[in-house]
Write a protein that binds this ligand. Structure first.
Ligand code: NAP
Length: 340
């Protein structure tokens, strides 16, 4: 019997994440019937390709979702807030990459390797949220450790690539680097300070408690996805890397996990690639994880300052596993298990 085909719309198809969504649908052979690319007025009429055929970009508006089964959103939070309800009303299930719906109790927040079962709650609002990119890769790495030893506390510091801010930030790092290397001043437009040859301990705006929104996302989303009251604290930092977020993650567990056990747990864990051979200087790096779908885990050490502590280093491509791949994985489970 022929596989059922699904009509898919990508809202934000011209952006950094949208572009990867197109690639992921192609690479993973997602059974697409009709495809629609949606963006702002700026892009209407632009021609993109899907499976070698031209597709004209249309305007993201309230009438864009007639006949659509799956709507992948990556056009920013306010667009998701405005247009997901219309898409759901038109009968599409929305998979949203923005932060707009993530903490809504009636919207599942899903990382397939961790809580695929939560997809079932999509019926409440017709919306499934994709978590923040830094959260996704961290929970993929922590899930097998949590299942074995129950994590009580997480301390995470991130080293996040500029592609996490979208296509304008990718251009900013490229242009600033070129200007500085040619002895010219570099202008900061996207970030509050220069990003080339610098690190910014600010991702998104600050909240009243002194944390940034990105840090609070990591704290709150982790607890929702892991369905746990685990204590989490985070420091998120933007670094001059194009693709791939890195994270130093320190955990304390109820049951001791030594390095050998951690290796065993992570070696065959879903979505993980264990990259840890320090004798040969082998460990996860963004240059290796970029363009890949797996979460790279390594530098595993016991934290000798506490009783049951572990340090790990986690790297993944923020645009792929941190956004597009995770969304397409959700679409795969949704269509195979719930809509099919
Ligand atoms: P981006 O490269 O700046 O792309 C933004 C996209 O949104 C473009 O397609 C843009 O269309 C569209 N858009 C902007 N304003 C619009 C409007 N008024 N009406 C319709 N479309 C509009 O940003 P991105 O990095 O792809 O991020 C997109 C979303 O994904 C954001 O919500 C972001 O938080 C989320 N996300 C990003 C990452 C990441 O690592 N980059 C990870 C997880 C989640 P035009 O080309 O026409 O302007």
């Amino acid at each position: 019997m022929a596989k059922k085909l699904w009509n898919v719309a990508i809202a934000g198809a011209t952006g950094a994440v949208g572009n990867q969504m197109i690639q992921c649908l192609e690479e993973r052979n997602f059974p697409v019937g009709k495809i629609k690319f949606l963006a702002s007025e700026r892009s209407v009429g632009k021609i993109l390709e899907f499976r070698g055929k031209p597709v004209v970009v249309e305007l993201l508006d309230h009438n864009a979702f007639e006949g659509i089964d799956i709507a992948l959103f990556s056009a920013g939070g306010s667009r998701s807030e405005e247009f997901c309800p219309s898409a759901a009303k038109a009968g599409a299930v929305c998979i949203d990459n923005s932060s707009a719906w993530r903490m809504d109790p009636d919207v599942p927040l899903v990382v397939p390797e961790v809580n695929a079962h939560a997809i079932a709650l999509y019926t409440k609002k017709g919306i499934i949220a994709n978590p923040n990119c830094s959260t996704i890769q961290m929970v993929v790495a922590l899930k097998p450790l949590h299942d074995y030893g129950k994590i009580r506390r997480i301390v995470v510091s991130t080293y996040q690539a500029v592609s996490g801010t979208g296509k304008k930030a990718i251009d900013e790092l490229r242009i600033q680097t070129g200007e500085l290397l040619n002895g010219r001043p570099a202008e900061a437009k996207v970030y509050p300070h220069r990003i080339a040859f610098n690190c910014l301990p600010q991702i998104d705006s600050f909240e009243a408690n002194g944390y940034t929104k990105e840090e609070m996302k990591m704290i709150n989303e982790t607890r929702k996805i892991m369905e746990s009251d685990v204590k989490v604290t985070a420091t998120t930092v933007r670094v001059p890397v194009f693709y791939g977020h890195s994270e130093s993650v320190n955990i304390e567990t109820e049951k001791k996990i030594n390095v050998t056990k951690a290796f065993e747990l992570l070696k065959n864990a879903p979505g993980c690639k264990l990259v840890d051979d320090v004798a040969h200087k082998v460990y996860p790096m963004p240059i290796d994880a970029a363009g890949q779908d797996l979460t790279y885990v390594g530098r595993i050490r016991e934290d000798e300052s506490v009783e049951n502590g572990l340090n790990i280093w986690v790297v993944a491509d923020n645009i792929r596993k941190g956004a597009a791949t995770n969304a397409v994985q959700i679409a795969e489970i949704l269509t195979e298990k719930y809509l099919g």
